[in-house]
Design a protein around this ligand. Structure first.
Ligand code: BJW
Length: 250
């Protein structure tokens, strides 16, 4: 058995023995669908010469909302062409299988691909690129084409993309639900995230602190690797179907 096969077999055993699963996903799970990651491969996402940390920030919403809309319209155009890959589908199938008492998917992604794959009740920690939020009354709406920034149908104030940017607070209820799911999980799968962004990066630690196991799936080593019980150094679209026993896996 190769190292990869052995590691994957051990991870599969843990998954099969688990009753409660939490899955934390990041940009890497959508990479094989064609969605660019933020930091993978040592590079950082840049648009018009600006790093994404500057574009996707609370300061940019305050200072240049039209530019923020251009940035997210550009991103949406790319994401709109992408479809879920075998990794998204394996997670959806695992949830639907009913083999687990808890199967809570928690994502940092804003692309909506987990729901498109058939996952339900996904906690979208950083929001959703297909939704908008009022900058004043916080009303949520589906995205529409046309005027940028769109006006809030309730109060007329400018709407913004419904995403959580650097320096902004995450929805407290979402964070609480994610923390509870991680803390009560027998196994936490950490898929395709660099683990650099707080507070999502705390979730695997909650699982370990309460006696659960952490399995990381990532082609690169991350800051979470040395805290994982098992680290599978491979792409998620190849590994996830194997972990959940889907016969047509690569
Ligand atoms: C594969 C693969 C394959 C490739 N298969 N894997 C100092 C100043 C100000 C703030 C802070 C500070 N220090 C800490 C903070 C807090 C800050 C933070 O954590 N910053 C760190 C970067 C230092 N966090 C926040 O600001 C959060 N809010 C908060 O903490 O509120 C309290 C607070 C308020 C005010 C001040 C301080 C605290 C909010 C964070 C919101 C993050 N938002 C973004 C942008 C969303 C909108 C957009 O899309 O533009 O969310 S940032 C970006 O990073 C995005 C992602 O969801 C997030 C995580 O990235 P992710 O998913 O891990 O992707 P990558 O690219 O980093 O990694 C991809 C991985 O995939 C790689 O490891 C690859 O190897 C792997 N991969 N192919 C599997 N096929």
């Amino acid at each position: 058995m190769s190292g990869y096969e052995d590691t994957t077999a051990r991870a599969r055993e843990l998954v099969e023995g688990a009753d409660r699963i939490a899955v934390l996903t990041g940009a890497g799970i959508s990479a094989e669908s064609g969605v660019p990651t933020f930091r993978g491969g040592g590079k950082s996402l840049v648009w018009r010469g600006m790093p994404f940390e500057q574009l996707s920030s609370a300061a940019m919403v305050r200072n240049d909302l039209p530019l923020v809309w251009e940035w997210f319209d550009y991103r949406r155009k790319a994401v709109g062409k992408c479809v879920p890959n075998a990794g998204h589908l394996a997670l959806a199938a695992a949830q639907i299988s009913g083999n687990f008492h808890q199967f809570q998917l928690i994502t940092q992604n804003i692309d909506g691909l987990h729901a498109a794959a058939g996952s339900s009740g996904v906690i979208e920690l950083h929001g959703n690129i297909w939704r908008t939020r009022c900058t004043v009354c916080e009303r949520l709406d589906d995205l529409t084409e046309g005027e940028r920034p769109p006006k809030c149908p309730a109060c007329g104030a400018p709407m913004r993309p419904h995403v959580v940017l650097f320096g902004e607070f995450l929805d407290a209820e979402n964070v609480e639900r994610a923390r509870e799911a991680a803390a009560s999980a027998d196994v936490c799968l950490v898929v395709g995230t660099s683990g650099l962004v707080y507070p999502a990066n705390e979730l695997p630690h909650l699982t370990r602190a309460s006696g659960g196991k952490v399995i990381e799936i990532n082609p690169e080593e991350t800051v979470l690797t040395n805290r994982a019980d098992i680290s599978i150094r491979a792409k998620s679209a190849a590994v996830l179907p194997l972990l959940f026993g889907q016969p047509n896996a690569e």
